[in-house]
Design a protein around this ligand. Structure first.
Ligand SMILES: [Zn+2]
Ligand SMILES: [Zn+2]
Length: 303
């Protein structure tokens, strides 16, 4: 199971009662934060998930509305007495910006490990989540992220019995280990069922839509995607600033075969996010506009 909280859903600047676009992902007790605009620690504190378990931060890019909240969040994590390392991921240029921001968040009780990612790279996130990234199209180095939680195949006791395997060996096979029995190697594949669908989500913000992005988000359970503008007449603006319209986010979700779309990163000029939702639903029905503090839970499918 994965919980996702959209701590903020707006772009460019925080406003009264409106926080900047970011997502906090919880799997088990572990937390991963995607982007960290100014003031991110404020809605996070209200959420009540705590700060100590923050194991990783993934930055899409180095614009202020996505990174300027880092010192405040690091302070809260330090205040929660974390001592384990915190991994920071982002595109090339991340180390320069993060090291600069850390000059005003010095003497942290935990080490920061900064990883600059290339498009297509894969990496491990806390809570046994698997991360991957691809270049977005925003005029500056910018990454879209995908997160997956695998689901282990079911153990087939009748197959283990048919092979004459003693029960003591079952759990080792269940955990992926090859065992020896009567001088023969028995592999997990011989006693495990077919692969099962895991859980996946993608976080795509500050970009024009691209074919590569829709392929990257293929078949995700949840796509959190930017929708800076809600009016189709703003297409020239969207192109000029390398952002998306609500209907472009919907088309991307449809091309990806995503199961659910949540819109985020709304322009400060948008006061009613339900317009973006209605516009997007004409193209991709299962769309919701994100709201600050919204929590979505993704569970393994029943089959
Ligand atoms: Zn932005
Ligand atoms: Zn940006």
């Amino acid at each position: 199971m994965i919980d996702i909280c959209l701590l903020g859903t707006y772009g460019m600047m925080p406003m009264p009662n409106r926080w900047l676009s970011c997502a906090l992902v919880r799997c088990g007790a572990s937390l991963t934060l995607f982007d960290c605009g100014e003031g991110t620690q404020v809605p996070w504190k209200s959420l009540g998930w705590g700060f100590r378990q923050l194991g990783a931060i993934c930055f899409t890019h180095m614009h202020a509305d996505h990174v300027a909240g880092l010192p405040g969040v690091l302070f809260m994590v330090a205040h929660a007495e974390r001592t384990e390392p915190l991994d920071i991921y982002g595109p090339p240029g991340t180390a320069y910006v993060v090291e600069g921001l850390c000059r005003i968040a010095a003497d942290l009780p935990f080490p920061l490990h900064i990883h600059e990612l290339k498009s297509g790279e894969q990496f491990e996130l806390p809570g046994e989540l698997h991360g991957s990234c691809i270049a977005a199209s925003h005029g500056v180095p910018c990454l879209a992220y995908r997160v997956e939680l695998e689901r282990k195949p079911l153990f087939q006791p009748e197959q283990a019995q048919a092979l004459g395997l003693p029960v003591q060996l079952w759990s080792r096979l269940q955990h992926g280990e090859t065992v020896q029995h009567n001088g023969q190697a028995v592999s997990p594949a011989q006693v495990l069922g077919p692969p099962r669908r895991g859980i996946s989500l993608a976080f795509i913000t500050d970009t024009r839509p691209t074919t590569a992005l829709s392929q990257f988000a293929r078949d995700v359970d949840l796509l959190v995607c930017e929708s800076t503008y809600d009016d189709p007449e703003d297409l020239p603006l969207a192109r000029a600033h390398a952002h998306m319209l609500a209907e472009e986010a919907a088309a991307l979700a449809q091309a990806a075969g995503a199961h659910t779309l949540i819109l985020t990163h709304f322009s400060p000029k948008i006061s009613d996010v339900s317009i973006a939702e209605r516009t997007a639903r004409r193209i991709f029905t299962n769309t919701r506009s994100g709201r600050d503090g919204m929590v979505v839970t993704l569970e393994y499918s029943k089959v």
